[in-house]
Design a protein around this ligand. Sequence first.
Ligand code: ADP
Ligand code: MG
Length: 375
Amino acid sequence: MGSILLDKIVKSFPDGTVALNKLDLHVWDEEFFVILGPSGAGKTTLLKTVAGLYHHNGGHLYIDGRRVDGVPPEDRNTAMTFESFALYPHLTVYDNIANPLRSPRYGIPRDEVEREVQRVCDLLEIGHLLQRFPKELSGGQKQRVSLGRAMVRKPTVFLLDEPLSHVDAKVRHRMRLELNRLQRELNTTTLYVTHDYLEALSLADRVGILEDGQLVQVGSPTEIYRQPVNVSVAEQVGYPRINLLDAWVEHSAGEWQVRPFGAGGPVLFFPVSDGAGTLDWGTGEHLLGLRPQSIRIHPRGSGLGVVPARVYVATPFVTYAIVTLLVAEETELTALVPPDQQLEAGEEVELSFSGSEFLFFDPTTHLNRQTPHSA
Ligand code: ADP
Ligand code: MG
């Protein structure tokens, strides 16, 4: 229970800043929806608007099919966690978490409150902190207490504002799993915002990319990664950052010829159909996107690659290596390769990639030429 529907929501501040600009969003009942966007995109404003802590200036908001424009926060059955944790400094961890359950409007018996707080604290591994005060906690611990306080209420809608940003990597992975599990157990709808693309892709049923108060793309994690609607989404989702190359593309003698390395550089030839479907790129200038993961590096002369290149820098990171390559002495490419591939600076190599791994963007509008654009 708990779909969320935003219909052309506008939120502006007295100083004229428009934080949400006619934003449309439909989060399905029981969905785990993640909003991904850089700092300042409007993520916190979006959550506060859904929670009713901000009044929107335009559009309509529905929770669970009920129009809630103007409905006070306590009557929306949402629970929000805040970036700043918003814990009561004079209350212990136990009392901070139990507090929402003690409201006379719920009339929950004392032992049930205790059981519920215990259950949530076990889940979040904060059972040993119950008698501490917020100032005696680390950032990650405060964040978990804040999450606990949202969880005990069993709301129909969770609104989570970067809830794992201060949590240690080790605990974070477990908490992601727990959040997913909890969501299914409680049949809660979750709207989760983050600037961390890995978090978004690993948690979400669907991801929405927020830029300047508007959603520029909504899709499954795979769709967002494989078919970003524009250059900016492609750059936000993925590490290392996607390679972008000015390329000239033409169709000739039954194949595509792609020149991403300057007029004098190597040409890539692709059949018009690559087995997966017909490739229809269009003649002319393109901005070519190539993910570092899509580049394979072979020894020079092996015949396995099609583009000669030189290793500029190779940086090993134990589980992978990041390699900067130079093609035709002028074009830099970043590749991500397995750590056992020993590469030395200055080494001559050759590269291969498959046509289906390229993204083609319009060099002026920066829109992906292969995805339908609604935004
Ligand atoms: P995010 O959470 O994605 O970092 P916010 O929702 O906090 O972004 O902010 C979105 C935009 O609205 C930013 O440009 C920010 O400066 C502005 N903003 C946020 N809160 C206020 C406020 N109370 N008054 C004026 N501008 C604000
Ligand atoms: Mg924020």
